[in-house]
Structures are given as C-alpha cells and as structure tokens.
Design a protein around this ligand. Structure first.
Ligand code: MN
Length: 131
C-alpha cells in the first residue's frame, strides 16, 4: 500500500521541493499552505504522515499539531515538524506539542527521505490491526 503524506508548508519553494521528493519516492502526496486547510485534509484523507511546517500564516504548526493529536479521529497520524530554527529548545517544544519527529530546514535530500521512511516504519498506533 502506498503511504499517503500530507505536507503543510507555506513557502512555495519548500512545498515544491518536498512534493517532488515524496512524489519521486512513490508516495501519495497531499498539499496545504496553511494549518486550517491542512487539518481539513487530514480529517478527510487520514494520511499516514503529516509533515508540518511550524511557521505558518495564521495558526502555527504546533497549535495545529496539538489539535490533531487531541482529536480521536486524527491522533494516530504521525506528525513530523519541519522547521527552519534548529535552536536549542526547539526540539523539546516540537515534541511537547505532540510531534513524532523533527526535520530541520533546509531539507537534505537523503536524510529527508530516510527520516520519512523511518517514521512511517515505526510502530503503528495501538488501534491499528494487521491484515
Ligand atoms: Mn513557513
């Protein structure tokens, strides 16, 4: 089964790059440029993974992550933060918001795809049943 990845990112160049990398790697990709649109797509399509930019116009990515992790319908979705700040304390903030991981921008092709694969392969939510 092809994994579905939702990317929430407001910077066009980053969105384009991440879309291209994921598409080339064979993922099914959904795109949103703000948190509200991202949350609507997340509820509608229940992606396997969300790559969530932190700095977004309007609602920020950490708030959106908290809301998605508070909702029973979407809490199982893995969320990896995409952030330009790689400063001390940021990783803690990101994890505290409920993110399952963290990718620092600028995106490094190899490590980016490796991290996406790693997160997708990690232990599924307890509600998931094997078939
Ligand atoms: Mn941004």
């Amino acid at each position: 089964m092809t994994a579905r990845v939702l990317v929430v990112e407001d910077t066009p160049a980053n969105l384009k790059l991440v879309n291209m990398l994921l598409d080339r790697a064979g993922y099914q990709v959904l795109l949103a440029v703000n948190a509200l649109d991202g949350m609507v797509l997340a509820r509608e399509h229940l992606p396997n993974l969300i790559l969530m930019d932190i700095q977004l116009p309007g609602m920020d990515g950490l708030t959106a992550t908290r809301l998605l992790k508070e909702s029973v319908a979407t809490r199982h979705i893995k969320i990896v933060a995409l952030t330009a700040f790689a400063m001390k304390g940021d990783e803690e903030r990101v994890i505290a918001a409920g993110c399952d991981g963290y990718i620092a921008k600028p995106i490094q092709y190899q490590s980016f795809l490796a991290e996406v694969e790693r997160i997708l392969a990690s232990v599924p939510a307890p509600t998931a049943s094997s078939s």
